[in-house]
Design a protein around this ligand. Sequence first.
Ligand code: KG4
Ligand code: ZN
Length: 354
Amino acid sequence: MTLIFGIETSCDETAAAVVEATADGRLRLRSNVVASQVEMHRKYGGVFPEVAARRHIETIHAVAREALEAAEVRPEALSAIAVTHGPGLAGSLLVGVNFAKGLALAWEKPLIGVNHLEGHIYSLWLSQHADSLRFPALCLLISGGHTELLLVRGHGAYVLLGSTLDDAVGEAFDKVARLLGLGYPGGPAIERAAREGDPRAYAFARADLGAERPYAFSFSGIKTAVMRAVQPQPTHGRRVRGEEALKADNLRPDVNIADVAASFQAAAIEMLIEPTLRAAQAHPVSAIWLAGGVSANAYLRAQLAARTDLPVYAPPLALCTDNAAMIAAAGYFRYSAGQRDSLSLDALPMLALA
Ligand code: KG4
Ligand code: ZN
């Protein structure tokens, strides 16, 4: 039996988890602790990097201890320590990386650096579909910082087909939610509000990047379109801009928030689905995998499944957003492949997957 201790601090969640791998390579979650900073960041309407790093320092020790206790695992029994070393906020990453180094040194365990995005993909190995996952697969990786279409050829073997030219899709959900006064994080709030709304109420223009960039995405246009639709017409030639424009107290009085949320969600999801279906047709893949925070969206899951004959696999809801179980899962495959990192492992804020 292999036991991997995972640590994740790349953004605003301080997380630790223990994943067990049986001899036949099946993964089982032994514990999964996530201390969310959402409440704290809510007052800023987003993540404040210095505040996030400081909070990780305050919380990581207790979170790690709780993960071990909940798993009923003693440090001696662990096979390796896996930690997110990028991409993410530099200060936040450093807290996790340094903590993991300390543990690896003190407990004399191998250290394994994991790419956060790869972690999101490996949350699928902790789902009920784990036994059905086959290569090559097409992965739509959608989070607050990334929107990428990847061809997954094997463990750790990725080809980047396309990505966003501007905002990540999760970022667009967060910004529109803020504009509508729905709070942070925006994705779940928009999804909830959208259930009561009419997705055809507003015709937000969808970015069509055409034949030249069949697998690229763009979300800055729709964000601006929503802003135009819900904010008062400029008076005296002045239109509010920047931070001020993102405030909900600037809404036009006749705006129906549920309708805007539903129309925005429908358009944004459509813009994810089109390139994904194009890529699925152009490449022989076994399935479409969803990963990252936005893959929690039920409307996306249903729409995509309805429009393809390929199986669509998504992580368990609790493992869509940032967690350390996915880092331990990815760490297990890297550990099995022989990866061992030294104590000079770097935090790499811009680390790419492919
Ligand atoms: O993967 P994640 O936890 O963090 C990053 O690595 O960025 O993703 C967070 C993003 C946020 O933008 C959040 O609004 C979005 O995922 N999100 C959702 C939903 N749940 C979370 N977006 C749409 N629908 C959801 N249900
Ligand atoms: Zn993430």
